[in-house]
Design a protein around this ligand. Structure first.
Ligand code: PLP
Length: 381
């Protein structure tokens, strides 16, 4: 048997047909397919504006820049997340202040957020990790009380809801990923969502070199030599139409992809929920889960046991990965902030004891059975 992969994108003739259309049109950079992708995405997520970009990391960078983070400011970031939830703060010269997460959800612990606030705090980067919504009522109440901006890192959370409403529209700005491990993919790609027109204007300009168009009354408008102006320092972080046409095809089947993920996740939970020595995901009330990753925890034997289980699964050709990083233990942050493992003990334990199991659209029942029986045997000491 070949390797049972952690994930696999699902493409069909629709992506191929739109790719042909795009290439035949001769327009391959940001254009009509980007516009259509943004339209479908904003409608599905109930936001005024969606702006496509080259990755979620780019979306986060654009967002921290657009909200005006800078030197002297602090932003609160969960200590258990992908590294760019923190890097996006560093890019602006602001300081990352980590807050610990909850064991049960892997998401920001609202009590830890409150405790991390100082007079310099300007923003909270709240992550909906693995497709599970963070506790947005609590996070937004803290943000309002302390007048903080909220950036939702929804990299894993296309289609995720909180209290029935899509994430990405609770805070000031939301950021999504279309990396191949995500719910829909464009190879690489990302999206910024916002209901704030001021932020939409800034992000739109920043992703396009800082283009600010024509000044009011500019007589060169519409002339062949009219060039517009660039009043801010921007970047080229535009998504191409070649990628966006794949995104359009993926968006049109999003609901089916999500339904399949939920069905597979429910089956794992049913088959693994009572197994000793592991914990399976149990979403709290109000918090929707799209199972971008199905992440379990090994509750006895610590990191050594977790690693043995992963090695045993690998020997059976079953691919797994740890959940994600405890970012405060990564070299850049240790060197800069002198953070220690024990400063954020839950995040450290999450990195050391989690396993992501294979889950992807098209996964067959027998494949799931192979994972379940392999895992049960691997857990036996
Ligand atoms: C929580 C989180 N934030 C940000 C990112 C970055 O996304 P991208 O690879 O699109 O830059 C990821 C990707 O895995 C992620 O999981």
């Amino acid at each position: 048997m070949g390797q049972l992969p952690l994930t696999a994108p699902k493409f069909d003739d629709h992506e191929l047909q739109l790719l042909k259309e795009c290439l035949a049109s001769g327009w391959v950079t940001q254009g009509p397919f980007v516009q259509e992708f943004e339209r479908l995405f904003s409608a599905r997520h109930g936001v005024a504006t969606a702006l496509a970009t080259t990755s979620c990391t780019a979306a986060l960078h654009l967002s921290t820049t657009a909200i005006g983070l800078g030197v002297g400011d602090e932003a609160i970031v969960p200590a258990f997340t992908w590294v760019t939830s923190a890097h996006c703060v560093e890019y602006t010269g602001a300081k990352v202040v980590f807050a610990d997460v909850e064991f049960g959800t892997f998401n920001l612990d609202p009590k830890a957020v409150e405790a991390a606030i100082t007079p310099n705090t300007r923003a909270i980067i709240v992550v909906h990790l693995f497709g599970l919504s963070a506790k947005m009522d609590e996070i937004m109440a803290i943000a309002r009380r302390h007048h903080l901006a909220v950036i939702e890192d929804a990299a894993c959370a296309v289609g995720t809801t909180y209290n029935g409403k899509p994430v990405g529209a609770f805070g000031d700005i939301g950021c999504f990923s279309f990396h191949p491990r995500k719910v829909i993919t464009t190879g690489e790609g990302g999206m910024v969502t916002t209901n704030r027109s001021d932020l939409a204007t800034k992000v739109n300009s920043l992703r396009n070199h800082g283009s600010t168009g024509h000044p009011a009354g500019d007589p060169t408008v519409g002339k062949p030599y009219g060039m517009g102006t660039f009043n801010v320092l921007g970047y080229n972080l535009r998504l191409s139409d070649i990628q966006a046409c794949v995104g359009v095809a993926q968006m049109r089947k999003l609901d089916a992809l999500l339904a399949e993920r939920r069905r597979l996740a429910d089956r794992y939970t049913q088959l693994l929920g009572e197994v000793d020595d592991i914990l399976v995901p149990r979403p709290p009330e109000k918090c929707g889960h799209t199972y971008q990753s199905y992440v379990i925890r090994v509750v006895k034997g610590g990191k050594a046991k977790r690693n043995t289980v992963m090695e045993r699964l690998a020997s059976r050709n079953i691919q797994t990965r740890p959940g994600t990083h405890s970012v405060h233990r990564l070299g850049y942050y240790v060197d800069k902030y002198r953070t220690r493992a024990e400063d954020f003990p839950v995040a450290s334990a999450c990195e050391d004891t989690t396993i992501t199991l294979p889950l992807f659209p098209g996964m067959r029942e027998e494949d799931q059975q192979v994972v379940v029986s392999g895992l049960k045997e691997a857990l036996v000491s």
